[in-house]
Design a protein around this ligand. Structure first.
Ligand code: HEM
Length: 392
């Protein structure tokens, strides 16, 4: 299938497009409201106004046929909350979203704050550490994976499985093909390795089995709902935390501002998710023909919505490339999506980062960051490592 929309020839999923995506996003935004990604043979939108409108119009931009750019992943993700439409989506979202609601997350505040404080005190003594491995990964791996509640073997594999899942949510390129065995291992595990009798009582996984017992979802759908936690609950937050640390370390004036006024921490988190969005984009399938400024896209077409591009759109943001923790509209970003499918875990992600930053500004006066190493992934943007040295 071809398209009447302007074609964008470069492959944004090749190594270069993953390491340095922002010049591609600017070119996509300049080319028009909808472009044709020649390498993937799919439409894409990169402008803030259009991506936001699409995310809010869930009757036209459907998730039910999957949000990946390949048929295999779209096939296996059926039954997840992420890849469902109303009215089923509402039921699934109520089930998986229950422990992630603001009131439920607020109960975790003391536990997470205490763990963050102990971590920061330890790293302050250590002085040199890895901002991803030692800092950003700590809360997700020690606390969040326990809340999910998988047995030991599953817990140990969660990080690898999450990376594989996000690689497979992109196009069917070499990166996705290489990740496939891990994705299949994860799927097999959710069907055969985990069950109502071996998840941690009271955990998020346990309450999915409870919902099936109460007849809210068929029992066969439980493995799919587990995927809603296995994919996004760790890596996304780890990468957002790594970006925030890197941005503060590379912008000492912003760090000074944050130390002088810790009330800016919540806004600094939004600004980091805006500027370095951990999820670059997911796709939708059109339920009807759509026309945007003369560009026509037919019903049934798949359209990639580039949140990370929208978050740097110069038509929305003043000096979009600048990291400004006091930016008045930072919270308008689309890094957590928006609308019906807006991130179910965003309150938890924010809480984790708030606790880490609160302890960091309390105990660290200055720190330096070295060159980060990008972890190449089709959908996630983040660092595999980030050298940090506390200097005061
Ligand atoms: C900074 C961290 C995070 C970022 C940037 C992020 C980003 C996103 C985005 C962009 C979506 C929208 C998907 C769409 O439009 O189709 C989403 C959905 C979702 N996220 Fe997150 N996420 C984060 C953390 C988390 C955490 C910690 C959890 C779970 C504990 C989580 C669970 C989910 C779920 C279940 C969905 C699907 C919601 C639905 O389709 O109704 N996320 N996330």
């Amino acid at each position: 299938m071809a398209s009447s929309c302007p074609a964008y020839e470069a492959d944004i999923y090749a190594d270069g497009g993953i390491e340095a995506p922002y010049e591609h996003y600017a070119a996509i935004r300049n080319a028009g409201p909808v472009v044709w990604l020649a390498a993937q043979q799919v439409h894409a939108m990169g402008r803030y106004k259009d991506v936001k409108a699409a995310l809010l119009d869930h009757r036209t931009f459907l998730s039910g046929e999957g949000v990946a750019l390949n048929d295999f992943t779209n096939g296996i993700s059926r039954g997840t909350t992420l890849a469902s439409d109303a009215p089923v989506h509402g039921t699934l979202r109520t089930i998986i979203g229950a422990p992630l609601r603001p009131e439920a997350v607020a109960i975790l505040r003391d536990q997470i704050a205490e763990a963050a404080e102990a971590l920061v005190l330890r790293l302050v003594r250590q002085k040199r550490f890895d901002g991803v491995v030692d800092f950003a990964r700590f809360l997700p791996v020690s606390i969040i994976s326990t809340l999910v509640g998988l047995p030991e073997e599953g817990r140990e594999n969660m990080l690898d499985w999450a990376a594989a899942t996000f690689n497979c949510l992109g196009p069917q390129n070499d990166r996705a093909t290489a990740a496939l065995p891990q994705l299949q291992a994860m799927l097999a595990y959710t069907v055969a390795g985990v069950g109502a009798d071996n998840v941690r009582p009271g955990s998020w996984a346990a309450q999915i089995y409870d919902a099936a017992d109460r007849g809210l979802v068929p029992k066969e759908q439980v493995p799919a709902l587990l995927l809603d936690y296995l994919g996004p609950s760790l890596d996304t937050t780890i990468f957002a935390t790594g970006h925030l640390l890197h941005l503060l370390g590379s912008n000492p004036a912003q760090w000074e501002l944050l130390r002088a006024d810790p009330a800016l921490i919540p806004n600094a988190i939004e600004e980091a998710v805006r500027l370095e969005s951990p999820i670059r984009g997911f796709s939708r399938v059109l339920s009807r023909d759509v026309e945007l400024e003369g560009s026509k896209v037919a019903a049934g077409s798949r359209v990639l919505l580039l949140y990370a591009s929208a978050n740097r759109d110069e038509a929305k943001w003043a000096e979009p490339e600048r990291f400004d923790i006091a930016r008045a509209n930072a919270r308008d970003h689309l890094g957590f999506g928006i609308g019906r499918h807006g991130c179910a875990g965003q309150h938890l992600a924010r809480l984790e980062m708030q606790c880490l930053m609160t302890s960091l500004v309390r105990h660290v006066s200055s720190f330096e960051v070295g060159a980060p190493v990008v972890q190449k992934n089709n959908v996630l943007r983040g660092f595999a490592s980030l050298p940090v040295e506390i200097t005061g």
